[in-house]
Design a protein around this ligand. Sequence first.
Ligand SMILES: Cc1cc2nc3c(=O)[nH]c(=O)nc-3n(C[C@H](O)[C@H](O)[C@H](O)COP(=O)(O)OP(=O)(O)OC[C@H]3O[C@@H](n4cnc5c(N)ncnc54)[C@H](O)[C@@H]3O)c2cc1C
Length: 444
Amino acid sequence: MSASQPPVVVVGGGFAGLVAARELRRRAIPVVVYEAGKQVAGLARTFRDDEGFTYDFGAHFITNRLAAEVGVEAQCRTVRYYGESVLLGGRAHSYPLGLVSSPRFALPAIAGFAAGWRRGREPDSAAAWFRARYGSAFADAVAIPLVEAWSGARAADLAPSVGDKLGSSVGHMLFLKLASRLTGRAIASGYCRERPESVRVWHVYPEGGVATLCEELVRELGDAVRLESPVQAIMVEGGRAVAVRVDGREVEASAVVSTAPVTVLAKLVSGTEALRHLAPFRYRPMVFVNLRFRGRNLLPDVVTWTPESSFPFFRLTEAPVSMPWLAPVDKTMVTADLGCEVGDSIWQMPDEQLGELCVAHLEAVIPGARRRYGGCRAVRTPIAYPVFLNEYEDARRALQQSTGVEGLYSIGRNGEFAHILMEDVYWRTLARMRRLLAELQTCA
Ligand SMILES: Cc1cc2nc3c(=O)[nH]c(=O)nc-3n(C[C@H](O)[C@H](O)[C@H](O)COP(=O)(O)OP(=O)(O)OC[C@H]3O[C@@H](n4cnc5c(N)ncnc54)[C@H](O)[C@@H]3O)c2cc1C
C-alpha cells in the first residue's frame, strides 16, 4: 500500500479498536482512530474514587499471556486465587465441584445426558441446550434463571449457541483448579477460546486497573487517536466502504474498521442496505453497583452467582479477594450486577437507593452487611451483553464471517456481537487485521 493511500479509519477507541490500530501501524499502514467519548478504553475503563477503591465495568480478569502481548506484563501482579460459588436456598455451593457432587444435580444430569445422547436431537434453544447438557434440575434451578437474568430474554427464545459462552468440560476445569492450588496462581479457565488453556496461563491484573492495557496501546498510537470525535456516517459506494463523516467533514478511507455496536453500525452505514438486518439485534443494559464494606472475604467466593429471583442481582463479585490492591486495607468492594432496560426503574434509580436495595438483600449473604456498609457508586452501560436471540441467529453467524460490505470490518465484543473477553477480542482482531492487510495489498 502506498503512503499516499487514505488511512484505514477505526471507529472506536476501546480495546479492540486500539489493538487493530496498533497492529496496522506496526505494518506501516496509515491509520486514524475516532473515539466518540472523552477517553479511550470503552468497556475496559477503570474508575477510581477518593477513598482508594479501583473498579471496572464489572470485574475484569485478564491473563499473563494477554498482558505480555499488549506489553503491560511489568505493570501487572499475579492473581493468587479465583473461585466461584452458586448460592441456592441460603447455601453456597462451590462451582463446579460443589454442584456436580450434589445428588440433586448430578443424577438428573447423567440421566438427561444419556437420554439426549440416545435421542441424538440437536437442541433448538438455550433452554433445551442447558437441559440436554446439565439435566433439568441444574438447568431449571441455576443455568436458565442466570441466563434469563443477564440476557433479559426467555431461555426458550435464546439460541443454543449461548452455551458456547460456558467454559471447558467439568473435568478440565477441575484439573485447572487443582493446578491453581499447586502453583499458587489462579490458572485461567473459560477466559479464552482462541488459544489453549494451560497451567502456563494464569490471571493477572494491572496495578492501575484494566484501563492500563488501553493506555499502553495508545502510547504507540500517539496522535492517531482522536477523542470526542464520533463517526456520524460510513459511506459505501459500489459495495465498498470509502469514507466516513466526522464533525460534519468527509474523511476518505481505504477501509473502515468498526467497533461500534452492530445496531449503531447499521445506522451509520449509508449507500447500502447490506447491514439493515443488524438493526433489531439486542444488547442487555446493566447497572453495576459497587458497594464499599468494612472487612474482607465477605462473600462465599470471589464470584457468587445468585440464580434465585428473590435477589435483584444475579452476580456478586468481591474483586479485592483476588486483587487486594483494589481496596484499602481492611475494606472491600462487592459489585452487584443488575440486568435492566435503558430508562427502567433500575436504570434510573439513584446510587443511594441502589445501594439500599442491594444491602437489604445482602443481609442474607453477608452477616452484618448493613453495619459494614460504607456507600456505593453505580456504573451503567446499555451494551453489557449481546443477546443471542434465535430470531436473528443466522444473521449473527453470517456476521462472524463478514459484514457483506467490502472494506468494512466489524470487530470487538459488540462489533462481532460475540460473548468474548479481552484475550479473544485480541486474537480475533489480529486475525481480522491480517485479512484486511491482504485485502489492501490486493487493492494496491
Ligand atoms: C460486565 C463485564 C465484565 C467483563 N469482564 C471481563 C473480564 O473479566 N475479562 C476480560 O478479558 N474481559 C471482560 N469483559 C469484556 C471486555 O470488557 C470487552 O471484551 C472489551 O472491553 C471490548 O472492547 P471493544 O473495543 O470491543 O468494545 P468497547 O469497549 O465497547 O469499545 C467501543 C468503543 O467505540 C466507541 N464508539 C461507539 N460508537 C462510536 C462512533 N460512532 N464513533 C466513534 N466511537 C464510537 C465507544 O465509545 C467505545 O469507546 C467484560 C465485559 C463486561 C460488560
